[in-house]
Design a protein around this ligand. Structure first.
Ligand SMILES: *Cc1c(COP(=O)(O)O)cnc(C)c1O
Length: 383
């Protein structure tokens, strides 16, 4: 038995639970659980980071890991934060960085969440995994499941880019292609989970992918000398990274590791699947399912994010915004940043460049604000 120093708290109602064993969603209301740690590391611990291994588990005190446990890892995280002068010239914003998550194991930031989720599930004795995916989460689970010696079944839409599908097979997962979108794949994964007892690691259907994605925020803070940027643009599907960063920025502030205003969080979606943008514009608390979702940015093809309510709260509370961009524009931007900066930007990452331009044109982001764009995956996965 490992000694764990956190509990689970519902993101919506007042339910709480011990974190022992396996947990899916809140048993009272069906919304996602969030991890609450019993105590936070003191700011004096910052100096210890310098001697830690160069992966996301260097932040282990902020993560769901017992003192005597080793994570299931492929060296995820610690991706570069790169200035992008061509985007600064294009938009007139003085300081723009790209956090290049395409340099993670498996080519996307899904590695972070799946490293954490697989670590916890294996610790709880899981013998098989399943996941519905728009693509990259399936690649990451295939890799981390294999790393842990646990078989994986992935459900993906037939429209998923071919390179991504080949990667899923390469890492040894069973791949089942379905007509329809990630929501349809989710139903199939849950059915398999109930039939064979596989553990379903869908976005926010278990509490630990969020914790892994929190390291996006921890890394940004460390890379920027514990000064957070003014604005963060995040291409949003299920919203794990945006929610994770919002969670950890508040944890860091409460523990005295950062001070001042928290970054404004901007949710970026595609015109053909923009449930967060629509709900935000209408002032709603929750998203409504987007009918017939279509976009080449497969990571954004999530018509009904389970964490929609939390995404909207994060964007509103930080004085952010939610914007949608066209497939034509996001594809062009991904190619033009690659050609001008040498950074292999995926379509979802391209969407943040287009969104920044729009937000500046609308006066929502000022040229003097510092901006971080998330390139969530490698462009080669889509080509
Ligand atoms: C999954 C994914 C997204 C969306 O991430 P969420 O955390 O689900 O919002 C964006 N871009 C890429 C490349 C992805 O794989």
């Amino acid at each position: 038995m490992t000694s764990i120093n956190w509990d689970l708290e519902c993101s919506h109602c007042s339910a709480t639970s011990s974190a022992d064993g396996l947990h899916s969603v809140c048993t009272d209301c069906g919304d996602p659980w969030l991890v609450r740690y019993h105590d936070a590391p003191s700011p004096a611990k910052k100096s210890e980071l310098a001697n830690r291994p160069w992966d996301m588990w260097r932040y282990r005190e902020w993560l769901p890991l017992a003192p005597n446990e080793s994570p299931v890892t492929l060296g995820e995280g610690m991706t570069p934060l790169l200035r992008v002068p061509s985007v600064e010239r294009l938009t007139g914003v003085r300081t723009v960085w790209v956090k290049d998550e395409g340099q993670n194991p498996c080519g996307s930031f899904k590695a972070r969440g799946l490293s954490a989720a697989v670590t916890r599930a294996v610790g709880a004795g899981v013998k098989a995994f399943t996941i519905p995916t728009a693509g990259n989460a399936g690649v990451a689970l295939a890799a981390y499941g294999t790393r842990a010696g646990v078989p994986v079944t992935v459900f993906a839409p037939r429209t998923t880019p071919d390179t991504i599908l080949r990667q899923i097979r390469l890492f040894g997962a069973e791949l089942i292609l379905l007509d329809g979108h990630i929501g349809d794949c989710g139903n199939a994964a849950r059915q398999l989970a109930s039939e064979i007892g596989a553990w379903d690691v869908s976005t926010l259907r278990e509490p630990y992918r969020i914790e892994g994605k929190k390291t996006l925020g921890l890394e940004l803070a460390e890379q920027m000398g514990w000064q957070l940027p003014d604005c963060i643009l995040y291409p949003t599907g299920g919203g794990t990274g945006l929610i994770g960063m919002w969670k950890v920025f508040r944890e860091l502030r409460d523990a005295g590791w950062v001070s001042g205003k928290l970054p404004r969080l901007f949710s970026v979606q595609a015109d053909g699947c923009a449930p967060v943008v629509k709900a935000f514009a209408q002032g709603n608390d929750a998203t409504e399912p987007w009918p017939d979702p279509q976009t080449v940015a497969s990571g954004l093809r999530v018509p009904s994010p389970l964490g929609g309510r939390i995404i909207l709260e994060a964007v509103r509370e930080t004085n952010g915004d939610a914007v949608a961009v066209s497939d034509e524009d996001l594809s062009a931007a991904s190619v033009s940043v690659a050609a001008s900066e040498g950074i292999d930007v995926c379509p979802e990452g391209g969407a943040t460049v287009v969104a920044l331009q729009k937000l500046v044109d609308q006066g929502r982001i000022a040229p003097a604000e510092s901006v971080v764009l998330f390139n969530t995956g490698a462009g080669w996965l889509y080509r």
